[in-house]
Design a protein around this ligand. Structure first.
Ligand code: TRP
Length: 469
């Protein structure tokens, strides 16, 4: 693929498009925003954000996360979407098509496939827990403000190898089914209506949590920074969360960008998605932490925190059990939108690159994940003593994907867009060939992508890996 001289008139990469079979696309511009938001919003907001905030010292961690979203997350997201829409293909082929020479930049896409596997490995497990909690909530057995009751319920689930596997596989089958309906129909329909409902429910829970006796300590934890808590690993975890939250650094947004319409405003979409997603995470924090302190849970309880605390907030609410059932249903649905985008990276690659039809590609990807993911599913039971670098498979998949692979992927995406793909194509893609009036903002973004984001990521990565200590 040579970059033709028409590139400045045409959307870059559109020559390549004609060589690919017609791909499904998002039908409306609002649908695009919602589907992209559907990828970003998920267990990251409801589960990972509170878990990390609790174990990394509260307010300071939140500040690091917010700065990372602004200075790293948004630029990387814009870069990925632009490459994807221009090349109009899966992550690996998009990178290949956008590279002017034979340099192996497609490796970023390949690294992304690996990250998708790692993330899905533990994500499907947590989604399985959420699914199981729908039924636990229905039975009324977890509606309690006693940490003994909620802890026992969680422990009996995760330490049971059969239940852990079954819930994970149920989740995989559901996600696979959604994927089989196709991009625009499957993803758009699900996200459009339900994220706003989840938002409303979170607001209700947050209000209840804030009015519990003793809630003030939780607010202080969330918003009063203790600078002594800034460490190399807090920095790395904050940057890692920004990547994880925005679904960037592994090609998911390249893949989604490839479904974007040509008249879509890429940077506007990215900004809207990033701010909405961050608000939902913060709201989940406000829903959870006042209750953590009011009921005497440990903020650094780790992955169990949300599953212990949420039932206790609902237990102190009128019609709490009913709302808790709805809460877990909505959280599960939000997790599907995110998982679809992860699986889509695998499926679109297997489908287009290995030329296996979509149905079979979906089934093969699911089977592969069922086997691989069982390592994470069994991490609290049969495999609880199997550790690599002192981490169970569950923690290892989580740590290496968010804190290493995604940032490394993002680093190379910035270098690629800033220094290889270049200014002309970036501007053409982000201004829709000059038809949008956003040149100033696009220049600012390009500056961040070239000089600021990659340097910050590199420093935080090296520092996190102990290079400077
Ligand atoms: N952003 C999602 C969440 O927070 C998770 C996710 C979906 C993701 N797709 C991704 C993370 C791609 C990294 C890369 O729940």
């Amino acid at each position: 693929m040579s970059s033709s001289s028409q590139a400045s008139q045409q959307v870059p990469g559109s020559e390549f498009k004609e060589k690919l079979p017609l791909r499904d696309g998002f039908s409306t511009r609002l649908g695009v925003v919602l589907a992209t938001l559907g990828s970003a919003v998920g267990l990251g907001n409801i589960w990972k954000f509170p878990t990390l905030t609790g174990s990394s010292g509260g307010a300071v961690f939140i500040i690091i996360y917010v700065i990372s979203v602004l200075l790293i997350g948004i630029p990387v997201m814009v870069s990925e979407l632009a490459i994807g829409r221009s090349a109009h293909a899966n992550a690996v082929d998009s990178m290949r098509a956008s590279t002017p020479n034979k340099a192996p930049w497609w490796l970023i896409g390949a690294l992304g496939i690996l990250s998708a596997f790692l993330i899905m490995g533990f994500y499907t497990e947590v989604a399985g827990w959420v699914f199981a909690y729908i039924f636990k909530a229905m039975s009324g057995s977890i509606l309690s403000t006693s940490s003994e009751v909620t802890t026992a319920a969680f422990t009996s689930l995760v330490t049971n190898p059969v239940l852990s596997l079954v819930w994970q596989w149920v989740d995989l089958v559901i996600v696979g089914a959604v994927i089989l309906f196709g991009v625009s129909k499957g993803i758009e329909r699900v996200t459009k209506t339900l994220i706003p409902v989840l938002l409303v429910l979170l607001i209700v829970v947050a209000i209840r949590s804030l009015t519990l006796p003793g809630a003030g300590e939780g607010l202080e934890f969330l918003f009063k920074p203790d600078l002594s808590k800034v460490t190399a690993s807090t920095l790395l975890a904050g940057v890692g969360l920004a990547f994880f939250k925005l679904s960037i650094g592994m090609g998911a947004m390249i893949t989604y960008g490839s479904y974007f319409r040509q008249d879509q405003n890429i940077s506007g979409t990215a900004l809207r998605v990033a701010f909405s997603d961050m608000s939902i995470a913060l709201l989940a924090g406000v829903a959870i932490f006042p209750a953590v302190f009011a009921y005497g849970f440990q903020p650094d309880a780790g992955p169990s925190l949300v599953f212990l605390t949420i039932p206790s907030v609902f237990a102190s609410m009128p019609a709490g059990n009913f709302f808790m059932v709805i809460f877990f249903i909505l959280t599960f649905i939000a997790s599907i939108g995110a998982q679809v985008s992860l699986l889509e990276v695998l499926v679109s690659y297997v489908n287009e690159h290995l030329k296996i039809n979509r149905k079979a590609a979906t089934v093969y990807s699911m089977l592969g994940l069922a086997v691989f993911g069982s390592l994470a599913a069994l991490s609290s039971s049969l495999l609880s003593n199997v550790k690599l670098f002192g981490l169970t498979f569950f923690d290892l998949f989580d740590f290496t994907s968010s804190n290493i692979f995604l940032p490394v992927g993002g680093l190379f995406i910035c270098i690629f867009v800033g220094w290889v793909w270049g200014k002309e194509k970036f501007f053409a893609a982000l201004t829709n060939n000059g038809s949008l009036n956003n040149q100033g903002f696009v220049s600012f973004l390009f500056f961040l992508i070239r000089f600021v984001s990659p340097v910050l990521v590199l420093l935080v990565l090296l520092n996190g890996l102990g290079v400077f200590s």
